[in-house]
Design a protein. Structure first.
Length: 78
């Protein structure tokens, strides 16, 4: 899947979100999007990296400690 396909999936999901609001004003969208996107991103990268946090951190462009913090926040490690 290309970057364009991922962007299109996000765009379509957001269009559906706004449609579901039926004119109501959205609140806290940025935090909501980060929360719903970050966990599956971390889960999949960790799986593809064989649960190697150093490798996953490198792939994500994060410091390993930052990755560890995010994994704990999302309850993906103890």
């Amino acid at each position: 899947m290309s970057k364009k396909n991922i962007e299109e999936c996000i765009r379509e999901s957001l269009q559906g979100y706004f449609s579901d609001l039926r004119g109501e004003q959205p609140h806290g969208m940025y935090d909501m999007m980060i929360r719903v996107m970050e966990k599956p991103l971390l889960e999949e990268v960790m799986a593809q990296a064989g649960n190697n946090q150093s490798r996953a951190a490198e792939w994500l462009g994060l410091n390993r400690n930052t990755l560890r913090k995010k994994l704990v926040e999302h309850k993906l490690v103890n």
